[in-house]
Design a protein around this ligand. Sequence first.
Ligand SMILES: Cc1cc2nc3c(=O)[nH]c(=O)nc-3n(C[C@H](O)[C@H](O)[C@H](O)COP(=O)(O)OP(=O)(O)OC[C@H]3O[C@@H](n4cnc5c(N)ncnc54)[C@H](O)[C@@H]3O)c2cc1C
Length: 386
Amino acid sequence: MIDFTPTEEQQLLIDTVRQFVRTEIVPLEDELDPDAESLPPPERRRLAERVEQMGLRAWDAPAEVGGPGLDVVTMALLAMEMSQHRAGLYAPCYGVFGGAGLAHLYEGTEYQKQRYLYPTLRGERSGFFALSEPSGGSDPARAIRTTAVRDGDDWILNGHKLWISNADRADYGIVVARTAPGRKGITSFIVDADSPGFTVDRIVHTLRSAHPATELSFDDVRVPDRNRLGAEGEGFTLAAARLVRQRIPYAAGCVGVAVAAHRMAVDYAKIRETFGKKLAEQQGIQWMLVDNEIDIRTARLLVLQAAHRADRGEDVRTDAAVAKLVATEAASRVVDRSMQIHGGLGVAKELPLERWYREMRIRRIGEGPSEVQRLIIARDVLGGAA
Ligand SMILES: Cc1cc2nc3c(=O)[nH]c(=O)nc-3n(C[C@H](O)[C@H](O)[C@H](O)COP(=O)(O)OP(=O)(O)OC[C@H]3O[C@@H](n4cnc5c(N)ncnc54)[C@H](O)[C@@H]3O)c2cc1C
C-alpha cells in the first residue's frame, strides 16, 4: 500500500512554491499580455533571486551537479504547483526556477558539463532537443534521416529537424543523428547554434503561446567528437531514457493546470446564478465538477505512482506512459469542462482557461503522442505478441 500523503518536508516545499505562484506570479500576469512567454527582465531578476534564497534554483537538477537533489515524487508534487498560472503549462513560473530541462546532459563528460550543463543551470545558456524530423516523430528510430559521418576528430552533420522548441533563441542543442543503419545506428551530438551550416529555417507558430517550434537545417555542420553525447550508437537509448524521465514532470504539469481550472470552476459555480439558482445547485454542473474531481484524482495518483517507482529505481517505461497518457487526456477534459461552466467568460482572454485549453491540446501530441503511449503499454501487456 503506497501512501502519497506528502511528508512534512514535502509539504513545506509545496506550501513555499504555492505561495510563490499565488503571490508573485499570478498577480504579475494581470499586467502581462495574455500570451506572454517571459517576464520583464527586472521582475525576472528579482524573482530568480527569491528562488535562489528559497534554495530551489535549478530545482530539477541532482545534487551532484549543484541542484537540490529532490526525489522524483517531490519534483512531481512541485511541478503540480508551478504550473498553476496562465503560462504554467509551457512556461512554468516563466523559468525563474531554472533547471536543465535537458536531462541528457547529466550523462555528459566533464567538458560537456562545464561548457553546456552548468551555464544552463545558472540560466546563462539555453538549449534545444532535436529528435523529430519531417519524416516523423512518433517512430524516430526509423524516421531519423539526419546523418553524422566521421571525419577525423569531427563529425559532419547533414539533414533537417522539424517541430523543435526553443531553437530560435538557443545557444546550443542536442541533435540526434544517424551514424549507421538501424536502431543501434543513432548517436547524439551537442551542436553550437553558431556552427557554420546550421540554420533555423522556419519558425512554426502553433496553438501554443510560448515557444514557437522551428525547422532546422544542417548543411555540412562540423561537430568535434568531444561534443558526442554518450557512446556511438547509444543516441536512441539516451533519447528514450530522457523521454521516459521527462514524461513524469510533463504529466504533473498537466495535473497542476487541471487543479487550477477545476478550482476556478468550483468558485464560479458557487456565485453564478441561472434559472433562479446557483450553477452549483444544478445537477448537470455538479456532475461536471464531479467528473473533474475524478479525472484529477486518477491522474494525480498515476503520476505519483510512476514517480514513486522511478525513485525506487524501477523500469518506469510503462508507468510513465500510463501517467502521461492519463494526465494529458484527463487534464484536457477538466479544462474543457471548466471552460464550459464559465460560459462566454471561459473563452475570454481575461481568464487563463483559453490559453490552457489551446496549450493542453499539444500535450496529447508532444513528448510522444497518446497513440505512442498506448503502443508502449500494449508492448507491456502483450509482450512479444504486440
Ligand atoms: C509544439 C510542438 C513542440 C515540439 N517540440 C519538439 C522538440 O522540442 N523536439 C523534438 O524532437 N520534437 C518536438 N515536437 C515533435 C513531437 O514530438 C512530434 O510531433 C510527435 O512525436 C509526433 O510526431 P509527428 O508529428 O511526426 O507525427 P507522426 O509520427 O507522423 O504521427 C502522426 C499521428 O499518427 C499517430 N500514430 C503514429 N503511429 C501510430 C500507430 N502505430 N498507431 C496509431 N497511431 C499512430 C501519432 O500518434 C500521430 O497522432 C514538438 C511538437 C509540437 C507540436
